[in-house]
Design a protein around this ligand. Sequence first.
Ligand code: GLA
Length: 386
Amino acid sequence: MNESALDAANSFADTFGYPADGVWSAPGRVNLIGEHTDYNLGFVLPFAIDRRTTVALAKRADQTCRVASSFFDEIIECDRADLSPTSVSGWAAYPLGVAWVLGQEAGDLSRLPGFDIYIRSSVPVGAGLSSSAALESAVAVALNDTWNLNFDRRALARAGRRAENEVVGAPTGIMDQSASLLGEADSAVFLDCRSLESRTVPLNLARDGLSVLIIDTGIAHANANGGYADRRASCELGATMLQVESLRDVMVDDLVRARTVLDDVTFRRVRHIVTENQRVLDTVRALERGSARDIGGLLDASHRSMRDDFEISVPELDLAVDAAVKSGAIGARMTGGGFGGAAIALINRGDLSIVQDALADAFAERHLAQPQVFVVEAAQGARRER
Ligand code: GLA
């Protein structure tokens, strides 16, 4: 058993006074490319990372649910039968929200027992690396096994998303949970958010001597805040004005006409989504035919589109991207919902320290707090640890 699983099992026993039935884990994710395309039913290409949320869980004889964690002293307690979207708030809305959704989807609620759960995580919170999806997915696989629900990974991803939308109140898409549940080592998950069909695309980072560097600006982002919902509303307005079901149905060639129909802001929001979908397809083709070395221009173009058209970047993210590219990164872009969080840079392994030094200098020169900089590997998705 790995150290995190052992730690979760031990902490469970210390907290609740008896051993857990099992330990499960699920990773955070980084989005390689395809931003804000998921709720527009387009394409995304995230990968699961080697930072995981680990949960130890045991089924109870009664209907009580107790949730403990390494990050808060409190133990949240409730009755499973009383769970509802409004009965939970704060961080416990993630695990208990998933329990509520799975209970709903399982239909026969009376047969599902309560549980005790202990949670620990190495996914940084607020960095845009989907600590929330990691938590939802870890709880989803744990309860799926414990309650013998036999939902497949796609159904579990939908359950995690429902918890986030209906219980936490963040109007997010399906990308993060899909990455966390479907990820595989050294691969990205290419997901069509309309059909929910997916396939893994090998990244071959080690083979090609490449690394993905995360540059966490420390500017906390939250998808439940206004900016994310506002962009989503703009996309819906654009689709309505263009008389399509979703922006997935708008192609790059249609943008000429779209410009004549839409106001400037809505047009630029639409242009980001439409060109970003195409960049995802181009990235997949480049990875499958050649190497991640060939996608630098697509990453850079994605960042510019988010900065200028979708307007979800912040100066610290722009600085991180510029400093990385100027000091030799193959490509770089902000990743995740935006308005803060992290950027990624694709870098030759041999250039890592040069880029890291350049980032440190760039932030110091502007008297900004130093970003947290670390390399991530593409890792396996959610799994049972023991
Ligand atoms: C957040 C959401 C995702 C997706 C991204 C933007 O991470 O949770 O569903 O919309 O933002 O690509």
